[in-house]
Design a protein around this ligand. Structure first.
Ligand code: TYD
Length: 205
């Protein structure tokens, strides 16, 4: 596989989609073919799963939730991400299995290694070349989300302590695999963040 697979992670409201767009523009201007996508919901089937995991009324059992994200991921990787990488394209993806480990693991019911293994099975062991963590204190992220004035989904409605555990989860993942991760302070100006990302991506090729 000769393409480049870059994923973006972080809590809700940290500016991932903006950075995906800025990096996509930058790489496209250099002549790369860039695919931007996201989880959950990067495919049509994924949209249906996204609707369940984010908007289902009532509880979803933790293992069922983990498997729904994994099902979305399996279909997404098989039908969209892998084919693009095999064509030699750059795939920029908003969230991947590290989100499952940080979010589904933050409920304290499921074990991070088990969740990761489910995703590895689901994707045939597809690991990103680079994962960018936009790190932000959940209280600051909440202020941004409130300013957005949109309806909260199930996960955005979780309590502050849950989001603090998600953040710690991401930081622990990044610390365990520093060669795969780039951790950036999401409070920095967006152009500064974009420049730091471009430098690291440039060093990959
Ligand atoms: P989304 O609307 O895509 O928002 P954003 O990425 O901007 O926060 O929300 C996706 C939500 O799904 C987000 O709260 C994190 C959650 N999620 C998981 O819990 N597990 C996963 O494996 C993935 C991919 C997402």
């Amino acid at each position: 596989m000769s393409g480049l697979f870059i994923t973006f992670e972080g809590g809700d409201g940290v500016g991932k989609s903006t950075q995906v767009r800025l990096l996509a523009d930058h790489l496209a201007s250099q002549g790369h073919t860039v695919v931007t996508t996201r989880e959950p919901g990067g495919t049509q089937l994924g949209q249906e799963i996204r609707n369940i995991v984010l908007h289902h009324r009532g509880d979803i059992a933790p293992r069922a939730e983990a498997l729904l994200y994994a099902a979305d991921r399996a279909h997404h990787v098989s039908t969209l991400v892998r084919p693009a990488l095999e064509r030699g394209e750059v795939v920029l993806q908003d969230r991947y299995f590290d989100s499952s480990i940080a979010y589904q693991g933050a409920g304290r019911i499921l074990d991070g290694d088990e969740i990761k293994n489910i995703s590895l099975w689901a994707t045939g062991d597809l690991i990103p070349d680079l994962t960018i963590l936009l790190d932000l204190d959940p209280a600051a992220a909440r202020v941004r989300l409130d300013a957005d004035d949109k309806v909260f989904d199930r996960l955005e409605n979780e309590k502050q302590e849950f989001h603090a555990r998600v953040r710690e989860g991401f930081l622990a993942l990044a610390a365990a695999e520093p060669h795969r991760w780039l951790v950036l302070d999401a409070r920095a100006p967006r152009e500064e963040i974009a420049a730091a990302i471009q430098i690291r991506v440039g060093s990959l090729r």
